[in-house]
Design a protein around this ligand. Structure first.
Ligand code: ASP
Ligand code: CP
Length: 360
């Protein structure tokens, strides 16, 4: 077993992302889920198919018993020290669907962190008792550092990031792609060629960053980022999109995309990342609000997404519009997260076989 040198993880963290992603695989297969960059189109489509089959199987008593028998020997630790409702709960339910035993730590003040234990040591301890760590943390680089540490220790277990600071939220992006694929499955070309508008605090919104990166796997995608000037995307994302040949533009008014967008992806102001008190309050966000009046101009075939939670950027009366997809989107998260865990624990083939035998 190699010695644990926390500085070595810092070195690994400073590698270019394309080099890092191979370190999150084991035997050429996905092992940790940390970055959107780990997913190519083939893997995305595989996970989406698996999510749909898992969902279908779960509907019957026999199917649900079968799913629950798959991973009864596995356990997961949900370590969520940043607030969460749906990522946490959808992982809990996904574990229950697959028979995975789980435990949670949400308040580090009642753990030995209060006695001065480092995050690295505290999280390493989870690997003594569990087979998987699912974690959300305000520090963007912590999940990857933990993943590197796991690669290095005797009892190496997978790490799934459920949100890493303002940087990435890979499983949200997976469920967003799943929602897009399901919503446009009858459209010729599926999601290739879609115009997606990302609206809101696109600078600090980790879901926007991760989803934009996943969209680079598809053909002829056009992205418009809609935000107040203060919350425009950062250069690193501009460079990724340009390098992957994705057409994108920026504006400050959602009115500019209403008629052309196939999907409008709304987000809230991420004021928890304000660097000075009241920073977000001084920004005029009104041109990034979606109202009942504005949705009238959207295409009939378009969809409205939101990772949730929402504030006043999305009028609740839009919930009754058939194009509102966000409540289905959050439910899709449970099936996508079940698919990811089934895939990591190598029971995906059993699910496909069960589906083949019982549903075709
Ligand atoms: N729930 C999402 C996240 O954790 C979006 C948000 O909070 O605005 O990133
Ligand atoms: N979409 C999302 O991550 O929701 P929570 O913050 O409630 O987990």
């Amino acid at each position: 077993m190699a010695d644990i040198d926390p500085y070595a993880y810092e070195n690994l963290c400073s590698l270019p992302t394309r080099e890092k992603v191979t370190l999150f695989n084991k035997n050429d297969k996905l092992f940790h889920v940390i970055f959107a960059e780990q997913f190519d189109r083939e893997l995305l489509e595989t996970l989406c198919r698996l999510a749909t089959k898992t969902r279908a199987i779960s509907k019957s008593m026999d199917g649900s018993n079968f799913l629950r028998s798959l991973l009864r020997h596995k356990s997961a630790m949900l370590y969520f020290t940043q607030p969460s409702t749906r990522t946490f709960l959808s992982f809990v339910r996904a574990c229950q669907h697959l028979g995975i035993v789980y435990a949670e730590v949400r308040d580090p003040r009642i753990s030995s962190a209060l006695k001065g234990e480092s995050d690295i040591d505290g999280i390493r301890t989870f690997s003594s008792y569990f087979d998987l760590i699912i974690m959300r943390h305000h520090e963007s680089g912590l999940a990857e550092r933990i993943a590197f540490m796991m690669n290095d220790i005797h009892r190496s277990i997978p790490v799934i990031s459920g949100g890493a600071g303002a940087d990435q939220h890979p499983t949200q992006a997976l469920l967003d792609i799943y929602t897009l694929i399901r919503s446009f499955e009858k459209r010729e070309g599926g999601i290739d060629g879609l115009h997606v508008a990302m609206v809101g605090d696109v600078k600090r919104g980790r879901t926007v960053r991760s989803l934009s990166k996943l969209l680079t796997n598809f053909n002829d995608i056009k992205i418009t980022f809609v935000s107040p000037d203060e919350f425009k995307i950062k250069d690193d994302l501009r460079h990724v999109l340009a390098a992957r040949g994705v057409e994108f533009s920026e504006t400050d008014d959602v009115a500019d995309v209403l008629e052309s967008a196939d999907a409008i992806y709304m987000t809230r102001i991420q004021d928890e990342y304000d660097e000075s008190p009241g920073e977000s309050r001084s920004v005029d966000y009104s041109k990034c609000h979606l109202t009942l009046e504005k949705v009238q101009y959207m295409k009939d075939s378009a969809i409205i997404m939101h990772p949730l939670p929402r504030r006043n950027e999305l009028d609740p009366r839009i919930d009754w519009d058939k194009r509102a997809m966000y409540w289905r989107q959050e439910r899709n998260g449970m099936w996508m997260r079940a698919a990811i865990m089934a895939y990591l624990f190598n029971v995906d083939a059993k699910i496909l076989e069960y589906y083949q035998d019982n549903y075709l």
